[in-house]
Design a protein around this ligand. Structure first.
Ligand code: ATP
Ligand code: MG
Ligand code: MG
Ligand code: MG
Length: 436
């Protein structure tokens, strides 16, 4: 793709209200623009990242047998009156009226709606378990929207909901999600540590928040360093086999990890001192089991083997898809700009044409551009080399293919790795082999 034909507006100045690196970099690299407090438009490069994150989230949800649906953003207040949450939710809920004066709301989450949809169709225990998810915009009228997309008011979330016949079934659904989450975050290039979270009146241990370590995080976290060493993608867990899932879950949850809310000094002391890690974290996901809270309050039942009706047990599982764009940048940047993990980068490589108009340079650049297709961004602007280097560093492409007149004469280019800074002098074919 040619830069001169695309909409990738980078900024030189740092916007004054952007306090943290990821927010500044998202604006400077032309990923987003704010349109109202806590509300953002996604520009082409930002949208590519968002779509890449969605794709990985989707693949891992599908891999554990969850099925994708798409529910609307607008919901009827009556649905929330059934569960009792219409009044309980408070000022974070954006309430709207339609032309007939009917109360509506912009969904902050979808437990009520999915419970109703489920209840309309599932009548027998034989149809259980079910696990449904969607990736949809949410609105929460946050008191203090800040840090760009990290705490927006409109934001993109993956939310999944499981329905099981009983507690034992719900535990299995929960463990599958735990597995999917750990794999998802690792593929996104971040270490998200599962931490015990508050279960409220339900009790038990089935609530975990996933936090990425970053100095700008809003929670204080305490965890055993053993959790950082785990390679979840290398582990073979058979999600069809409850025992295999059980071993995996034990492995995850025996090491200490808690946010300040749940921190337990006595348990903390039993973690060897050299493995104690304390820091700040960003919540990028949250899973929890809540028994039959919604099926009961909304009167949803299915028939058991004995014909008796019962309320299915549910769990709810969220991932902050748009927040992750910011969180990934918090974890991967330097003074020059973003350093995208390859799995989510908007472009895999930038080709820097250092002398537009030079026949040999143009020819080599065109070749990369044609072969690379959508994955490659060709900087064909009539600009100084320095400007191109800076923009490529800012935008964070994993690779830069630098094509100048001297090398081009001998059919050679320079390949720079954005993360390591390593530069290699390669033939055009070698560079193609390496990157494309
Ligand atoms: P927080 O503690 O940050 O307010 P939450 O606990 O209210 O988040 P959940 O209801 O658990 O959020 O929603 C699931 C996920 O949605 C969160 O883990 C987070 O990644 C994301 N999320 C929640 N609120 C926002 C927001 N205002 N902007 C962006 N992402 C958000
Ligand atoms: Mg919140
Ligand atoms: Mg929270
Ligand atoms: Mg939460």
């Amino acid at each position: 793709m040619r830069l001169t034909k695309s909409f990738l507006p980078t900024l030189k100045e740092v916007p004054a209200d952007a306090q943290i690196a990821s927010h500044r970099l998202m604006l400077r690299a032309g990923l987003i623009r704010q349109t109202a407090s806590g509300i953002y438009a996604w520009l082409p490069a930002g949208l590519r990242v968002l779509r890449n994150i969605e794709r990985i989230v989707r693949e891992e949800q599908n891999a554990i047998g969850a099925q994708e649906v798409l529910m609307p953003t607008l919901q009827s207040a009556d649905l929330w009156r059934q569960s009792g949450r219409y009044d309980a939710y408070g000022p974070e809920m954006l309430r709207i009226q339609d032309r007939h004066g009917r109360d509506m709301l912009y969904g902050p989450t979808n437990e009520e709606m999915i419970t109703e949809i489920f209840g309309q169709s599932v009548k027998s225990y034989r149809e259980l378990p079910q696990s449904l998810y969607h990736i949809q915009w949410k609105f929460r009228d946050e008191r203090r929207p800040r840090f760009g997309v990290m705490r927006g008011r409109e934001f993109l979330m993956k939310d999944a909901y499981s329905f099981d016949a009983d507690y034992d079934g719900a535990v299995i659904s929960y463990r599958k999600m735990m597995l999917a989450y750990l794999r998802t975050f690792q593929r996104l290039g971040v270490r998200a540590i599962p931490m015990r979270a508050d279960t409220g009146p339900i009790g038990g241990e089935l609530s975990h928040e996933f936090l990425i370590l970053a100095p700008t995080g809003e929670s204080t976290v305490y965890f055993d360093a053993a959790l950082e060493q785990q390679d979840w993608l290398a582990q073979s867990v058979d999600f069809h086999d409850p025992e295999s899932l059980g071993r995996f879950f034990k492995d995850v949850t025996t090491s200490y990890a808690a946010t300040d809310e749940m921190h337990d000094e006595t348990a903390w002391k039993s973690v060897p001192a050299d493995r104690q890690r304390e820091g700040r974290g960003i919540e990028v996901g949250h899973i929890f089991y809540f028994e039959d809270k919604y099926t009961r309050s909304m009167g949803v039942t299915v028939n058991g083997p004995d014909g008796a009706a019962f309320h299915p047990h549910m769990g709810s599982y969220g991932i902050g898809v748009s927040r992750l764009t910011g969180a990934i940048i918090e974890a991967h940047h330097d003074a020059q700009g973003i350093i995208w993990p390859e799995s989510v980068a908007p472009f895999k490589a930038a080709v820097l044409n250092l002398k537009p108009g030079d026949a040999q340079v143009d020819e080599i650049c065109n070749r990369f551009n044609q072969l690379g297709g959508d994955a490659v961004l060709l900087d064909d602007r009539d600009e100084r080399a320095g400007v191109k280097f800076n923009d490529a560093d800012l935008m964070g492409h994993p690779w830069q293919i630098i094509v100048g007149p001297r090398g081009a004469k001998e059919g050679r280019v320079e390949l720079k790795n954005r993360r390591s800074g390593e530069r290699l002098d390669l033939s055009v074919d070698e560079a193609i082999e390496r990157v494309l």
